[in-house]
Design a protein around this ligand. Sequence first.
Ligand code: ADP
Ligand code: MG
Length: 141
Amino acid sequence: MASYQTHNPEELRALAATLLPELVRARVVLLSGELGAGKTTFVQGVAKALGIDDVVRSPTYTLINEYQVTHPEIDHLIHVDLYRLESVDAVEMVRLGIDEWLTRPRTLMLIEWPERCEKKPEGLLVRIEIEGDERRISMGE
Ligand code: ADP
Ligand code: MG
């Protein structure tokens, strides 16, 4: 299992950018870690690597932010944050549009708080742990 340590948000963004090929290969990335761990920061690094200029914030009202990207293998980056939902069942997955995005080709999905799903989508698990000012990022189970 690959594991990395970063010392500040900029380093975490840079790491996320270098991991882009692996994330794109996985198509669905489950970002796990407590509040303030750096999940959104990680998404910012991915977005920047894909040439997205908008400031990436956690989706607040929509829960899902969609970005069109120009990349040989994907044409959308989908950023989902389920924090504010207690539990997401199958009906809610459809209603939110997550279900449809999960089946779409050429889409990279980054999901914060995948634990909120009653049935966690399959995807590459990226765990971010707080170690003081540092963050430990581990990939895979
Ligand atoms: P999450 O989405 O997991 O709730 P955010 O990415 O929104 O977390 O926020 C991470 C917070 O932690 C930011 O305020 C950032 O400045 C801070 N931080 C401190 N040290 C680091 C680090 N080494 N890597 C990433 N973020 C850090
Ligand atoms: Mg967040």
